[in-house]
Each structure stands twice: as C-alpha cells, then as structure tokens.
Design a protein around this ligand. Structure first.
Ligand code: FAD
Length: 246
C-alpha cells in the first residue's frame, strides 16, 4: 500500500483480498526525487500534492504540476502517489496518459536487481501491468524537456475532481525529436495517436486544420473507439493540440 486511495476502495469492495498488506508510504528513499543526467527520477511514493506544490525539481516546463493540480481533490492528492497510480493502472488515471506522452519509464526493483521499462510497455491493459510478483515500482523516470519544448493538455470529466471521461496530452520537443499525443479513456489503456503524432513531428505545433482533423479521425478509427465517444475524444485531442500553440 502506498497512498491507499485505490487499494482502500478495492479492499472495501472485497475486490482485493491480500494475505498481507505492507505500508511503503514512509520509505524516505521513495519519497524523494533526484536528477540523474537528463532524467528526473521521482520516487514512487511522491504524492500528487508534492508535485503540485513544487516540492521537487520540475523538468517538464510546468506540465507535471499542472496535471497534479487536476487530480481529484486535495485530500486525495495529499495521499495518492505517482507510483501507486501507475502500478494500479486505472485507464482513466492522469499519470498514465501524461507519462506515456512524455515517453517516461518506470524503474522496478526485485531482490535480483532492477530493470527499467517504458510506461507504454509497462501498461498491459486496464488494471494490468508488466510488474513481476516479486517486484516493486521504485521510480518514475521523466526525461527533461528542452527549453523549446511545448505541451498541451485537455481533460473532460463530468464534474470537477472526477476521473476523466476523455483526456489528451501532447508533447512536442524538437531537440529530443519527440512528438507524441496520447489519448486517455475510461475503460481502455491510453493509446498513442500515431498519425497525429507524426503530423506534429512533420508540421510542428500548428498543423493545417484539415490535416489535423483527418489525422485525428484516422487515429480514432484505428483505435476502434466506441462511436458514442468519438466526438468527445476528437474534440479533446484537437484541444490538446491547440494548447501547444499558446
Ligand atoms: C475519490 C477519488 C478520486 C480520484 N480521482 C482521480 C483522478 O481524477 N485522476 C487520477 O489520476 N487519479 C484519481 N484517483 C486515484 C488516486 O489519485 C491515486 O493515484 C491512486 O488511488 C493510486 O495511488 P495510491 O498511492 O493511493 O496507491 P494505492 O491505493 O496504495 O495502491 C494501488 C495499487 O498499486 C499497488 N502499488 C502501490 N504502490 C506501488 C509500488 N510502488 N510498487 C508496486 N505496486 C504498488 C498497490 O499494491 C495497489 O494494488 C482518485 C482516487 C479517489 C479515491
């Protein structure tokens, strides 16, 4: 158990019935962030509130504090952790979509040693990850944005503090040759919008409107999006791209 904000409800509903629960929230090593070259290694037990409050360096030109501020409400953010959020792998969680868009990775530790894996490969499905039985997620590895990088973020939730119905995060960092836009949904894991990402890499922050709409529509078709949700996702993706230009 880290912040207990998802495990608690799962225990209440008897969806999880563990033989033992180990509280890792006070392990000081997991509550800090440290710079490792061009990467910020954020301890798994760093809370959303710590990120919101700027208790650690921000290497994302404001993206991570902005995202943290929009997660649930302050009481949840005071306890909920970035590692717990990614390990739990709720498709609608803000950090899944955001870390995938930033091309971030996680560090997993076991008695035999540690390994690093991109978040995009770590998430295997809704509430399903590539974590091994004897592994613990120790760090989230966030690449430093270059000064010319831009990000865009759009989220639709039925009311403030709710999990998102739709969310999109776009990151364009030409010096890192990175252009990624990721769509977050309620039931399916976040999906990289490949065609739209390629358009952003090719045409920059402000692609021609008709080409942007065509790329988004083609990506939504490839992702087999529920037709009832298509308009909402299409608008959220377009808004995240618009945000890049601000
Ligand atoms: C009312 C409410 C509203 C919320 N709204 C949002 C929202 O809008 N957006 C959003 O993104 N999130 C939201 N959340 C989720 C919350 O932000 C937490 O991030 C999330 O609950 C998981 O973090 P945690 O630290 O509480 O994990 P826990 O509940 O402690 O753990 C969750 C799972 O991950 C495992 N785990 C935890 N840490 C590790 C680790 N280091 N290594 C391996 N396994 C680990 C646990 O064993 C457990 O299975 C909401 C939660 C609540 C209760």
């Amino acid at each position: 158990m880290a912040g207990g904000q998802s495990l608690g409800p799962m225990l209440n509903l008897r969806l999880a019935q563990p033989k033992q629960v180990i509280d890792i929230s006070r392990l000081s090593e997991l509550r800090q962030a440290k710079i490792e070259g061009n990467v910020l290694a954020i301890g798994a037990c760093v809370t959303h509130a710590q990120i919101e409050d700027g208790d650690m360096p921000d290497v994302t030109l404001g993206l991570m504090p902005f995202v943290a501020r929009g997660i649930a409400y302050r009481a949840v953010r005071n306890r909920g952790t970035i590692g717990g959020s990614i390990a739990h792998a709720d498709p609608a969680a803000d950090w899944l979509t955001t870390t995938m868009a930033m091309d971030a990775a996680v560090r997993l530790h076991a008695a035999a040693g540690h390994r690093e894996i991109k978040v995009a490969d770590f998430i295997k499905g809704a509430l399903e990850t590539a974590i091994g039985k004897s592994e613990i997620l120790t760090h989230v590895l966030v690449p430093r944005f270059f000064p010319g990088a831009r990000w865009g973020y759009a989220k639709y939730a039925k009311k403030l503090g709710d999990f998102a119905q739709s969310m999109a995060v776009a990151v364009v960092d030409p010096e890192r040759e990175l252009a990624r836009i990721v769509l977050g949904q309620r039931a399916e894991p976040p999906a990289l919008m490949r065609g739209t990402s390629e358009l952003l890499a090719e045409k920059g922050y402000d692609p021609p409107r008709a080409e942007l709409v065509a790329a988004i529509e083609a990506d939504l078709t490839r992702a087999s999006i529920d037709p009832g949700d298509r308009t909402m996702h299409s608008a959220i993706l377009a808004r995240a791209v618009q945000d890049l230009m601000v």
